[in-house]
Ligand binder design. Structure first.
Ligand SMILES: Cc1ncc(COP(=O)(O)O)c(C=O)c1O
Length: 486
């Protein structure tokens, strides 16, 4: 085919792979590329554009994901035949975004320095933190279940539903949590919610008054910071060391602290596992101070070195722990299904807040998911994913050793879907992340996980969503970028 006109601006803030995907999408929508038409090979387009193959691969992957392109085995990539007519000939999609790195107001300065939410986009490319292996998801089995439940949906199932969630799903989740996470619960304590983000808002609304203080890990999860702040809570950062949250500091700073948010199985972002003595100390602090512990167990299904560690909730004899989990990492984030295990004494309050928040989680997905668990698809998928992630993690570590030795220090790689690395003295992690973005590699700056002024410079390298060769290639690019910027 003739060379495609795809102007690139190498000085723009918008990464090259986004410029390519936006340009191709625009060409499809305004008819320059027609349904069924073959698009250039990634190698050919990379040569035409004078860029490496990686950003082109990332752009194609994105458009395959969005359904603009389809791959035909052995014969290349084509514009999809099934793009709705009303989308075609629409002049342009998406505005190129210039990420503002400088917060303007004092209020904004308070918000951690993480990616802007306007045009928020999480493409499936190497090092994307927090994404599972979407390429290995058992889509056929899942699609069959969803389709069957959609077809069989009765009028009765289409009305408003129980805010606690569907009984079958609550039973299946309780079984899973008891067996694999040592959570002490019955199905009556399981509240189905729309992901951990909703769980945090619901917990904050139930347990905290406006301006109540909640301790958070420093560094910690920016999604939790946002959710807790928007519920009116004041965040009190407490440092994390190699044993997890530093409970002695919490004890010192913890006067009038109503709750603490922790990720004990796999600390976000540093990756440490909370030691047994810290767990006991934290539970003791909560019991003495009548404070609540919000335990976020977001990706604990995946451990590579040591044996799985049970949930903190399972060690709690005073019912101070509110346990939260999600299917975003074990399955996929767009599902938006998570759960809270609520101490019995708080059940009615939680149910009230859950109802006030968004009534209930879509029942079609709840039904399909219940069956996905009951039929063993979930357990099978987790088993497969453990070995796939081990392979991906090893490829990442091997690549770091090969291309980035002396440039980064790996913080922890025992569990989860990302590895955090610390950069050398003087490095600017936002700058490194931006340069990587230009080359089709997505990474999160570690410094954006801090609330306080003292911020370690590092990177979160997600290995869940990319295959080993692409991870190896991305570490080579990381090495180049770090050498250029040192
Ligand atoms: C610490 C932590 N908790 C929870 C989540 C998942 O949240 P959700 O269930 O809202 O998708 C993430 C996602 O990256 C996370 O990093």
């Amino acid at each position: 085919m003739a060379t495609l006109h795809l102007p690139l601006d190498r000085d723009a803030d918008l990464p090259i792979f986004r410029q390519i995907s936006d340009g191709l999408r625009r060409a499809i929508l305004d008819g320059r590329l027609r349904p069924g038409q073959r698009v250039p090979s990634t190698r050919g387009l990379a040569t035409d554009l004078g860029v490496s193959r990686l950003p082109v691969l990332s752009a194609y992957e994105q458009l395959l994901h969005e359904g603009y392109l389809v791959g035909r085995t052995g014969s290349g990539t084509y514009v999809s035949d099934s793009i709705p007519d009303d989308l075609l000939r629409t002049p342009a999609v998406g505005r190129p975004m210039r990420a503002s790195r400088q917060p303007t107001s004092a209020r904004e300065r308070h918000v951690p320095n993480h990616p802007s939410l306007s045009n928020w986009h999480v493409p499936v490319i190497p090092f994307q933190a927090g994404l599972p292996a979407l390429d290995l998801f058992p889509h056929t089995a899942w699609a069959k279940l969803v389709a069957r439940h959609a077809r069989a949906e009765t009028v009765d199932q289409m009305t408003y539903s129980d805010p606690a969630g569907l009984r079958a799903l609550r039973v299946a989740i309780a079984e899973h949590l008891r067996a694999s996470r040592a959570v002490r619960c019955t199905a009556e304590q399981v509240l189905i919610v729309s992901g951990s983000q909703a769980a945090l808002r619901i917990a904050a609304a139930t347990l905290l008054e406006r301006n109540d203080r909640i301790a958070v890990e420093e560094p910690g999860y920016f999604g939790a910071h946002r959710a807790l702040r928007s519920a009116g809570a004041e965040l009190v950062p407490v440092p994390v060391d190699e044993e997890g949250l530093h409970v002695p500091t919490l004890q010192r700073r913890g006067t009038n602290v109503r709750a603490v948010y922790v990720t004990p199985s796999h600390q976000y972002p540093l990756g440490t596992t909370m030691s047994a003595s810290r767990r006991f100390a934290l539970l003791d602090w909560a019991a003495r101070n009548e404070a609540w512990i919000l335990e976020d167990d977001y990706d604990s299904e995946f451990r590579y070195i040591s044996r799985p560690v049970g949930a903190l909730q399972g060690m709690d004899v005073h019912d101070r722990v509110i346990y939260m989990g999600t299917f975003s990492k074990a399955l996929f984030p767009a599902l938006r299904v998570g759960y809270i295990v609520v101490p019995p004494s708080l059940w009615t309050k939680f149910l009230d807040s859950r109802f006030a928040f968004d009534l209930f989680t879509p029942t079609l997905y709840q039904r399909a998911l219940a069956e996905f668990l009951q039929q063993g698809h979930f357990a099978r998928h987790l088993r497969r994913m453990r070995s796939a992630y081990l392979e991906r993690r090893n490829a990442l570590l091997q690549g770091l050793e090969l291309h980035c030795r002396d440039l980064v220090r790996v913080h922890n790689s025992d569990a989860g879907l990302h590895v955090s690395v610390v950069l050398r003295e003087g490095a600017d992690d936002h700058d490194v992340a931006a340069r990587l973005g230009q080359r089709g590699v997505a990474t999160l700056a570690l410094s954006s996980s801090y609330i306080g002024a003292s911020r370690r410079q590092g990177l979160l390298l997600g290995f869940g969503c990319a295959e080993p060769p692409r991870l190896l290639e991305a570490t080579r690019i990381l090495g180049d970028v770090l050498r250029e910027s040192s």
